[in-house]
Ligand binder design. Structure first.
Ligand code: NAD
Length: 269
């Protein structure tokens, strides 16, 4: 799907890779971008920073609230025209506690924002995309959606669910011969602040700018699944081929993934 002349909605676009993707899309000639975010202060800053590059509009939306999503969609279409591309990017990580110490609020917030909200947003936009025979939805999952990761079990669960849902919809659209496409994007840790404090000694923590560029490229190429770094494409193959104890040793001790969250601080707010 080409970025040029497209109307693009980016959820969680007021920070991190979402903010960078908005800038990249405008630089590539997007007709307009709609930044949907819950953080009014960051949203105002992003709109003012990006407005010299093209048409950008900010919407304060809690994507975990279905009615708010519906209202924001109707307003976006009224303001900017039909939506061509949705990047489901908003996400949270709440704690590095082991699961027994997660609160019901931690669990609900993580699953609602990371798993249910992308479904809500896609669900309000997809029928119009199917009818127009035009559209692309990119769901930002995580490499944690391919692995078991201690001290982020609920986040991991939220991203496994997103991956399964996202790729299932890809198949549904193919079976109905719709030209609308889905990209499932699964990056390793990215240096945006969301996972501040994590340690990774085997795989380097990803650069936000380069990662955002990879998302945009994946959308342009209609890529079905993109794992970053490339080695993560083989995660499930390795899990299938190796005995469980060896899988734990490779991912846990060699790659160090089981200890990555030990010193997690995350965002302050
Ligand atoms: N940073 C990483 O290491 C990493 C790794 C893998 C996957 N991801 C995923 O990439 C995506 C972007 O991550 P990032 O690092 O840029 O994060 P970030 O924290 O910089 O940005 C997330 C944005 O989502 C917004 N948001 C949170 N809850 C919201 C809600 N209910 N409604 C609307 N907006 C909301 C926040 O205000 C923020 O602007 C997330 O889905 C994240 O899970 C991040």
């Amino acid at each position: 799907m080409k970025i040029k002349d497209s109307v693009i909605v980016i959820t969680g676009g007021a920070s991190g890779i979402g903010k960078i993707m908005g800038r990249l899309a405008l630089e590539k000639g997007a007709k307009a971008i709609a930044v949907w975010d819950i953080n009014q202060t960051n949203l105002d800053a992003v709109v003012s920073e990006h407005s010299s590059l093209g048409k950008v509009k900010g919407y304060v939306v809690n994507v975990a609230d279905y009615n708010a999503v519906k209202t924001a969609y109707e307003q976006t279409v009224k303001d900017l025209g039909a939506v061509d591309i949705l990047i489901n990017n908003a996400g949270v990580v709440t704690t590095n506690n082991t699961f027994d110490k997660n609160t019901p609020a931690d669990i609900e917030r993580t699953i609602t924002i990371n798993t249910i909200a992308p479904m809500y947003v896609a669900q309000v936009m997809l029928p119009d995309m199917i009818e127009r025979k035009k559209g692309h939805i990119c769901n930002i999952a995580s490499a944690a959606g391919l692995l078991a990761v201690p001290k982020m079990s609920v986040y991991t669960a939220s991203k496994w669910a997103t991956m399964g849902w996202s790729d299932s919809v890809w198949i549904e659209l193919k079976e109905m011969k719709s030209p609308v496409k889905i990209t499932t994007f699964a990056p390793y840790f990215i240096n945006t602040g969301m996972f501040d404090g994590v340690k990774s000694w085997f795989f380097p923590i990803l650069d936000p700018e380069k990662t955002a560029k990879r998302v945009i490229r994946a959308i342009e190429k209609n890529t079905r699944f993109k794992g970053v770094p490339f080695a993560f494409r083989f995660a499930r193959l390795m899990q299938g081929l190796m005995p469980m104890r060896m899988t734990d040793w490779v991912f846990g001790e060699v790659f160090g993934i089981y200890h990555a969250m030990d010193n997690f601080r995350g965002r302050k707010n």
